[in-house]
Design a protein around this ligand. Structure first.
Ligand code: 5GP
Length: 186
């Protein structure tokens, strides 16, 4: 059995197929292209979970743009947010006068992006917007509303397309609901 087939056995179901994701990202890229026309755009990839989404999305934005990476952490090896945000690595580009588009894999409690947005709003950037592939509004603990959202999903722990559990499953091309027996050790 190949590795991906083994990983798929750990899913309760596939929630979003690679084709659904690709089609939605095309739409998101077109909207972002319209909205940021003529503006200096810096797309910020929030590592590591959004790396797959980021690389697909940036190729659907038909504008001159720059990219940068930031690494934040709020989750440990579990499926619940610790609520404490730590910055593991920072931006390297000058953000002065740039329109920042923060690209995230999933907004859950909202704490991570609320922290990042507030931090960047105090900077010399021209504007700060948030783009997420997935949104779980049922679990929100802050008033954060993403400017661009790919899919609104139910309260479930999902993996694949960059999203991990304990650093695994990131290479699955689809997004699936991880079976609780994996993280509850049943
Ligand atoms: P928040 O601060 O909004 O609670 O959490 C954001 C981060 O938590 C995401 O970037 C992601 O790393 C992680 N996260 C939240 N929900 C899920 C989920 O369903 N699956 C995975 N793999 N990570 C999640």
């Amino acid at each position: 059995m190949d590795t991906n087939a083994k990983l798929y056995q750990d899913l309760d179901c596939v929630l979003l197929t690679r084709d659904q994701i690709a089609a939605r990202i095309k739409e998101m890229g077109a909207k972002i292209t319209r909205d940021f026309e003529g503006k200096p755009l810096l797309c910020i990839c929030v590592l590591k979970g959004s790396v797959v989404f980021f690389s697909d999305l940036m190729r659907e934005i038909e504008l001159p743009l720059e990219i940068d990476f930031i690494s934040l952490s709020s989750y440990g090896a579990g499926t619940e947010s610790s609520g404490i945000i730590t910055e593991r690595s920072s931006l390297t580009r000058d953000i002065t006068g740039r329109h920042l588009l923060i690209v995230e894999d999933i907004v859950d409690s909202g704490r991570t992006l609320t922290y990042l947005k507030e931090h960047l709003k105090k900077s010399t950037a021209a504007s700060v917007s948030i783009c997420t592939l997935l949104d779980k509004p049922a679990r929100r603990q802050t008033d954060l509303v993403p400017d661009y959202s790919g899919f609104t999903i139910e309260d479930a722990f999902v993996v694949g397309y960059g999203l991990d559990y304990d650093e695994k499953y990131r290479n699955l091309p689809d997004v699936g609901v991880l079976s609780p027996r994996i993280y509850k050790g049943e």
